[in-house]
Design a protein around this ligand. Structure first.
Ligand SMILES: *Cc1c(COP(=O)(O)O)cnc(C)c1O
Length: 461
């Protein structure tokens, strides 16, 4: 049989409240056209994020009953630690309440570890920094540098590993400004660059460069299992390996990782920082105690640690990953057939529409991504997320710069929606595409000093 089915059945359901176009027009106005300000009850299909929106399995819910809420030394921590070490055998595993907490801790201790001329800013390279990663780095006064390959910035180009680091530029950075680089990062899959995977070859070579210049390599590994499955499908020599073996090889090249367990640990809240360096780990735990909690629970309940332990086993199951990657591709391929420009090839966790290409009549200064996201909600009740100049255009000095791309991300929550939900989204986008000339851009009428996309107000042009 060729049909790939959802490898689960539904035991508990959550009703969707139906809304009309006119109701949604009023709701949009109330929300100042910022989709983050909508009540989720007013959304039919919520593709805002795949973060923390996974459906948990019966085994995870059973694990929740086993959660031990001891302040120190909970067996739930040791179960979580063992499940993680099975995939990523880092010496120190430090739970946090979510990924950005791990980032905040990591970058704060790197800064205090800075031994070079303090008049020079630290630079942290990555293929592409995620928004919270960038913001956490910039909040310490350091520079977040994106070094993805040129091909990774071309949404049309169909290549297997568009998340790869540009090794020439990384070498150049390490040769000319290496003293300012405390760590090198690699984000798998490359969320802000379209959910594109990084090849094992590129991970290996990035590690080799790090070794040559004596820099630790940290993975922002939120979607490590999806990245591993792409390696299995696309990279020579990995077809016969299990996703778990590939994941183990990926982590064997890293000195540490930050993780949002809200992605590939299949839970609604959680994260961790893991690393091998004893001295950095001690510093991290000291900050952790101040900001998150005792090192065996981080910012989490014992039950959360149990759910993560089970999630880490389920995420590397081949049937799950085959369904996950295939169902995302199903959505993207359908939009491609409709002539809607998308980032190609389709990434792991989301389909990204190239709104700048789809709506050439809207100036990039008028946020075509936001205009498209608003229309998808108005017409179909679908909530996507602008990843473009709204998200990245605001500079630290208050100025504005066009982002490399204006995308609308439709992220697919794990194990939540069925194929008919996705067919509905495809129909809605076909309709939006038919009438796209009528769409107008938006202005930003109010914005906070940073991370504006979460709260800013828009007015339609
Ligand atoms: C989600 C995400 C983060 C931040 O994690 P949170 O749990 O949302 O704090 C960091 N990096 C990447 C690549 C992510 O996708």
């Amino acid at each position: 049989m060729k049909t790939i089915i959802e490898p689960f059945r539904i035991k508990s359901v959550e009703p969707i409240r139906m809304t009309s176009v006119s109701e949604r027009e009023a709701l949009l106005k109330q929300a100042n056209y910022n989709l983050f300000s909508l009540k989720s009850d007013d959304v039919l299909i919520d593709l805002l994020t795949d973060s923390g929106t996974s459906a948990m399995s019966t085994k995870q819910w059973a694990g929740i009953q086993m959660g031990d809420e001891s302040y120190a030394g909970s067996p739930s921590f040791y179960r979580f630690e063992q499940a993680l070490k099975e995939l990523a055998p880092f010496k120190h595993i430090i739970p946090t309440h979510q990924g950005r907490a791990a980032e905040k801790i990591l970058f704060s201790i790197l800064e205090s570890a800075q031994s070079t001329d303090s008049s020079k800013t630290q630079i942290i390279p990555n293929n592409t920094h995620f928004d919270t990663t960038r913001a956490n780095i910039e909040a310490t006064g350091s520079q977040a540098l994106d070094l993805v390959t040129k091909q990774g910035l071309d949404p049309e180009l169909e290549l297997p590993f568009k998340g790869d680091m540009d090794l020439m530029r990384l070498r150049d950075l390490l040769e000319t400004q290496g003293d300012q680089v405390p760590i090198v990062m690699l984000t798998i899959t490359n969320n802000s660059g379209g959910g594109q995977p990084v090849s094992m070859e590129n991970i290996r070579q990035t590690k080799a460069l790090c070794d040559e210049f004596n820099k630790p390599l940290f993975l922002d590994a939120c979607r490590f299992a999806e990245n591993a499955y792409f390696i299995k499908q696309r990279e020579a020599g990995y077809q016969d390996k299990t996703p778990k073996e590939i994941v183990q090889e990926i982590f064997s090249y890293a000195d540490g990782m930050t993780m949002s367990a809200k992605k590939d640990a299949l839970v609604n809240m959680g994260g961790w920082l893991a690393l091998n360096d004893d001295n950095l780990a001690m510093k991290a735990r000291n900050v952790l105690i101040l900001t998150e909690g005792f090192p065996t629970y981080g910012g989490l309940s014992g039950r959360d640690l149990e759910a993560m332990a089970v999630g880490l086993e389920e995420i590397v199951e081949e049937d799950y990953l085959n369904y996950r990657i295939s169902s995302t591709a199903y959505f993207g391929d359908a939009l491609d057939k409709l002539g809607i420009p998308i980032v190609k090839p389709v990434g792991g966790h989301a389909v990204y529409i190239d709104a700048r290409a789809m709506l050439p009549h809207i100036s990039p200064n008028d946020y075509p991504g936001q205009a498209l996201a608003i229309e998808m909600y108005r017409l179909g009740g679908i909530r996507g997320c602008e990843i473009g100049t709204v998200m990245f255009g605001q500079q630290v000095d208050g100025s504005e710069k066009l982002a490399a791309m204006d995308l609308v991300r439709m992220a697919i929550p794990r194990r939540v929606y069925t194929q008919s939900h996705i067919d509905y989204c495809i129909e809605c986008l076909a309709e939006v595409n038919k009438n796209k000339e009528k769409l107008r851009g938006v202005d930003i009428s109010w914005q906070p000093p940073m991370l504006r996309h979460f709260t800013c107000h828009f007015t339609p042009k």
